[in-house]
Design a protein around this ligand. Structure first.
Ligand code: EPZ
Length: 419
């Protein structure tokens, strides 16, 4: 397993280009199941999760070709409707084949995704939505089996805003007979991008990005090509890297509009954020001011940035209260940050962070994707050497992060351990 070693205290300066969005690429790869023919996706990040999705699609019979950051897919040869446990357990986003396979083949069998480090993460809302469209769903031996001769439009009200739940229903309803209305739909930019791509393919979706989305089913869809939008969470992570090292970073291939809530919060901590025509410039301030943060679905403060902003708050001037409202166990990074000298008290979903003057480098263990990013940020700040092990978590969502950081002046390297 690999580990990353950082010698902290360096100011990060220079330019970094953000990769394509993982959480956009994953549903857009599943889209290839909806209609035969050749799709081309550009700016697909080189990530473990993308490889897992490609393996799953090829096992379903999709022809895939990766040309650097492009992926060409053709589902003409789609000949299987089962997503096996060994793949689903490594990547929950495999459930995104549910909607398209049901719409295209009329049947699908997907292993129930287990929980993960950050929470139980059920998919009951996905299944309720598909049942509303007429699917007959049975659960047995750890698998979901769904069948539907023809999906029929319906009114669906999500109790909780669910990103992949909304994405599954957008894909399924696009080929259903009649009108589907999704109430309390997720508004994340990745959901809007999926709706835009489906419309490019001939779907009739209106209202994506608002609470209520209307989908008028069509008989068939056509393949398309698309350039994936930049990863807003990677961009946000680099903004915090600039803030915590009091650096000055130019972030290119980034859409500030997708980061409103984070930018507003960072400005309150004293960070200078200057939009320029080639991207966004982030200048850390001498003193980091404490702010309170509460995560919520888009356009609120993203849960995927909670661990990273908490690291920044560990070296802020006063106290900050951080409340995680989306997932029930997304504080796994706290025990590792404490080992570096951070002062954090946890009470349920709330963490009270009292700023300390410095962090000490230490051997750390990553537990989940965004927690591992928060430990890297802490290592950039800490005095001395920090080793983050189990960085396979990091590789799921950040392309080439150690090279991007070392190009900005970080003293960072990856060590492959053969233990
Ligand atoms: C997506 O996960 C993202 N993953 C996550 O990013 C992100 O943290 C999350 O949305 C929230 O923004 C992808 O897009 C591939 P949800 P998803 O369904 O869709 C509950 C990362 O770091 N819920 O919006 O699985 C659920 O338990 C990953 O890149 C139900 O109860 O999240 C959670 O508490 C981590 N029943 C809340 O809703 C359901 O049927 C939001 O989950 C579905 C969800």
């Amino acid at each position: 397993m690999d580990k990353i070693v950082i010698n902290g205290g360096k100011k990060l300066e220079g330019k970094v280009r953000i990769s394509g969005a993982k959480n956009s690429a994953l549903p857009l790869m599943a889209v290839s199941l909806l209609a035969p023919g050749e799709y081309r996706l550009r700016e697909v990040p080189l990530l473990k999760d993308i490889d897992t999705a490609a393996t799953l699609l090829s096992q379903l019979g999709v022809r895939l070709e990766r040309k650097n950051h492009d992926i060409i897919m053709d589902s003409d040869g789609l000949n299987c409707f089962e997503a096996p446990y060994n793949l689903v357990k490594t990547m929950r986003a495999s459930v995104l084949v549910l909607g398209p396979l049901l719409a295209r083949l009329g049947k699908v069998k997907v292993s129930l995704p287990g929980g993960c480090a950050i929470g139980v993460r059920p998919i009951n809302l996905h299944l309720q939505g598909l049942e509303a469209l007429g699917a007959k769903i049975t659960l047995q031996h750890g698998y979901i089996e769904a069948e539907a001769k023809k999906l029929k439009g319906a009114k669906i009200n999500f109790d909780i805003s669910t990103v992949t739940g909304t994405e599954n229903l957008l894909m399924a309803a696009s080929l259903a007979e009649g009108i589907t209305i999704l109430k309390n739909a997720a508004k994340e930019p990745e959901v809007v991008e999926l709706a835009n791509v489906l419309n490019k393919m001939g779907a009739r979706i209106r209202g994506a990005g608002t609470n209520t989305v209307k989908i008028e089913g069509v008989k068939e869809l056509k393949p398309t090509d698309h350039t994936i939008m930049p990863d807003r969470i990677e961009a946000g992570t680099f903004m915090i890297a600039a803030a915590i090292t009091h650096g000055d970073i130019m972030i290119t291939n980034c859409r500030p509009v997708h980061l409103d809530s984070l930018i507003t919060t960072l400005k309150k901590t004293g960070v200078d954020i200057i939009p320029e025509n080639t991207g966004i410039r982030v200048k850390g301030s001498k003193k980091i001011k404490s702010v309170n943060i509460k995560t919520s679905p888009y356009p609120g403060f993203p849960t995927d940035m909670q661990a990273q902003i908490m690291t920044l708050m560990t070296v802020a001037d006063k106290e900050s209260l951080i409340t995680e409202t989306v997932f029930e166990n997304r504080f796994m990074h706290i025990s590792e940050l404490r080992r570096m000298g951070a002062n954090i008290r946890v009470n349920g979903h709330k963490a009270l962070v009292t700023g300390v003057p410095w962090l000490e480098g230490a051997p750390l263990m990553a537990t989940d994707l965004r927690a591992s990013a928060s430990l890297i940020l802490a290592g950039l700040k800490a005095e001395g050497s920090t080793e983050v092990s189990r960085v396979y978590h990091l590789d799921r969502g950040y392309e080439n992060i150690e090279n991007k950081l070392s190009n900005l002046g970080a003293e960072i390297k990856r060590i492959t351990e053969y233990t």
